[in-house]
Design a protein around this ligand. Structure first.
Ligand code: SF4
Length: 223
């Protein structure tokens, strides 16, 4: 596979020039702006698994209204009760179990733990909670801890492969390839720009290659 004909900084500058990041379309940013506590950010990321940010945000707002995202309030709910509140986000039982287990974990350690613990050790511990995987942890570390990791969702995977940045499809390979390409400094914003780009131009089924500002340098351009 050919590779995109520009370096990470040049591609970043083109993305930044042509796109506007709307923070209201990113569920972790809504949580960050509303609550500013790490538990609520993690909950918002769990809610966004396998669904659109729009539905995740609706579920998050429902949950906020009912519980104020208070750990004790959430631990007092049964899986069924919590499922009803977050149903719009999909996989309600699975997500409810994860959120309740997360609440128990944080209750035991204290919320500061999510702020102060070594990021990679924290990631290992969080991944022991059912329903919390690598991507959920990386989004948290990137958005909240500003730690240099590159979370890979479906938009980002698709674009990275179309740009020829990785010939392997595993999460780790693509995440590492993107980090090498953009570098640590740009990774956090590049992540948001790529999602915005995947939603607006480099769509899954019908990429808008004819109108795309990267068509001259993209190895997958269909023009
Ligand atoms: S030219 Fe097409 S495939 Fe390449 S980045 Fe643009 S929209 Fe995606």
């Amino acid at each position: 596979m050919n590779r995109i004909k520009a370096n990470g900084k040049e591609v970043y500058d083109m993305l930044a020039k042509h796109l506007t990041i709307n923070e209201n379309e990113f569920s972790p940013m809504i949580a960050l702006n509303k609550n500013k506590n790490p538990f609520s950010i993690l909950v918002s990321i769990i809610l966004s698994q396998n669904t659109t940010d729009k539905n995740a945000i609706r579920a998050y707002n429902n949950l906020y209204e009912k519980t104020k995202l208070d750990i004790n309030n959430i631990m007092n709910l049964s899986v069924d009760e919590l499922s009803e509140i977050i149903r719009v986000a999909g996989l309600p039982k699975q997500k409810s179990r994860s959120i309740i287990e997360l609440a128990k974990f944080i209750k035991g350690k204290g919320e500061q733990y999510l702020i102060e613990k070594d990021p990679l050790e924290l990631k290992k511990e969080l991944m022991e909670i059912p329903g919390i995987g690598e991507k959920t942890c990386d989004v948290f570390l990137s958005f909240f801890r500003e730690f240099p990791v590159f979370p890979v969702d479906t938009h980002i995977k698709r674009i990275a492969l179309r740009w020829g940045l990785s010939d392997k499809k595993s999460y780790k390979d693509i995440s590492n390839a993107l980090m090498d390409f953009f570098g640590k400094e740009l990774s956090r914003n590049a992540h948001k720009l790529m999602i915005t780009f995947g939603r607006s131009y480099c769509k899954s089924k019908k990429p808008r290659c004819h109108e795309c500002f990267l068509k001259e340098i993209c190895p997958s351009a269909q023009v």
